[in-house]
Design a protein around this ligand. Structure first.
Ligand code: CMC
Length: 388
């Protein structure tokens, strides 16, 4: 073996950093073969049954469940941050008509840094303040943007409502139905954190350079926007809408398979069994559709999953329903516009992202992997007039 060959880095297994461990973390644990997800050691099913989003955000940030006093303080701080700086509302009003919602979210997070008194302060206390502010502000941005683009005025948040209920209130200006608020709260809880998913990794890479929290979260929002990651929830809903009727599920599936298209909301890089978040989400959609009497999209989703799971192609590749599959009909049943579904995902994942940025900064080393170079070497430079 020549020296040049010996110096080559080992290629990552199949690309995409699949199967590579790149950080120590105590925030969440995923066992993809057994279908287990834990936040700080607590099973996600246990948390979904007994906890709520704001408590889980506290758990992710601090490593322990809060006392009643700690939770009250954290909620008061996050609720106060639902009130956006007037400059942000003005900027949302000035956006081009038809601005893409996740691009709006990415810009808004970046702009919020200018109005955060601690944006360049990287002490643990400042980080905690900023994380809590961003948690409140992101849902404020989404609600205000949605109101403004409909030609309505933004609705002021209420200090007496929990995070999910407040969002529904700010979106519609109507007192939220408790069942809908609970379903959204559970959605936020279930998606709050997921180890080194692509957007969290982006946030950690940015944080590892010593950059600020808003920059790290801006990177994460841009990464979540992609259809293989966060936007899969929108695309899953669009596919259910495209299917249209329960009788069309079978013919649609046959067509999609023949065309080699992916079924959105199925498959996962880590889970090789059904995503543990799918069952609690499914149970929530069921409650919502029973209350509203509009079963259509839920039944279409269930039939599509059943048909896919009978297909050897899906079974051989361990492709099961992931978190986005039942999130889509759930968010739809809450009356949330489909093109903002990924922004609602942002409202949830901000809890995990900010916990990871803190963990990265507390024990930092620049994240700088290697590439397995497969290009040419020592190519002679050709002057422009001699090029073909
Ligand atoms: N439908 C049909 N075929 C699929 C699907 C799917 N949803 N997902 C993967 N495959 C096939 C893929 O074509 C490949 O087949 P082959 O071995 O014949 O080339 C094989 O399964 C492995 O696919 P991969 O793309 O190498 O797997 P990956 O681990 O890199 O990708 C994934 C994981 C989530 C990107 C992929 O399953 C996918 O594109 N799913 C649809 C999009 C989706 O639902 N994304 C949300 C992911 S979970 C929440 C989140 O992260 O935000």
């Amino acid at each position: 073996m020549s020296n040049t060959e010996a110096a080559k880095p080992a290629p990552s297994k199949g690309g995409g950093l699949a199967g590579m461990v790149v950080a120590d973390s105590s925030i969440s644990f995923v066992d993809g073969a057994a279908g287990i997800l834990e936040y700080r050691g607590y099973d996600i099913r246990e948390l979904a049954a007994h906890s709520h989003f704001e408590e889980v955000a506290y758990l992710l940030w601090n490593g322990h469940l809060p006392s009643a006093k700690e939770l009250q303080e954290m909620k008061a701080q996050a609720r106060a941050c639902l009130f956006l700086p007037p400059e942000i509302i003005a900027a949302l009003r000035n956006l081009p008509k038809g601005a893409e919602p996740m691009s709006v979210m990415r810009s808004a997070v970046s702009m919020l840094a200018h109005y955060d008194p601690e944006s360049e302060d990287s002490t643990p206390v400042a980080h905690q303040h900023k994380a809590c502010r961003l948690l409140g502000q992101i849902s404020g941005v989404l609600a205000a943007f949605e109101r403004i683009r409909k030609g309505a005025e933004p609705v002021k948040p209420r200090m007496d409502l929990d995070h999910a209920a407040n969002f529904l209130w700010m979106l519609s200006g109507e007192a939220p139905d408790p069942l809908a608020a609970k379903a959204l709260d559970q959605y936020l809880l279930l998606l709050a954190e997921h180890e080194l998913n692509a957007s969290t990794f982006s946030a950690r890479v940015t944080a590892s350079t010593g950059s600020d929290l808003h920059s790290a979260i801006t990177s994460a929002v841009g990464t979540l926007k992609g259809p293989l990651h966060g936007a899969a929830v929108q695309e899953a809903m669009e596919q259910f809408l495209e299917i249209g009727t329960i009788d069309n599920v079978g013919p649609w599936f046959t067509q999609v398979r023949a065309a080699g298209r992916r079924v959105m909301g199925m498959g996962h890089r880590v889970y090789k069994v059904r995503d543990p978040r799918a069952a609690p989400l499914m149970a929530n959609v069921e409650k919502m559709v029973e209350a509203t009497g509009e079963r259509g999209w839920f039944d279409i989703a269930r039939k599509l999953e059943a048909i896919a799971m009978q297909e050897p192609y899906f079974r051989e590749r361990n492709l099961s329903a992931n978190v986005d599959f039942y999130s889509a009909p759930l968010l739809y049943s809450l009356g949330i516009p489909v093109d903002t579904f990924t922004c609602v995902f942002t409202m949830s994942r901000i809890a995990g992202w900010t916990a990871h940025v803190y963990e990265q900064q507390a024990n930092n080393r620049l994240i700088r992997p290697l590439a397995n170079y497969v290009g040419l070497h020592q190519v002679p430079y050709v002057p422009i007039e001699q090029r073909r």
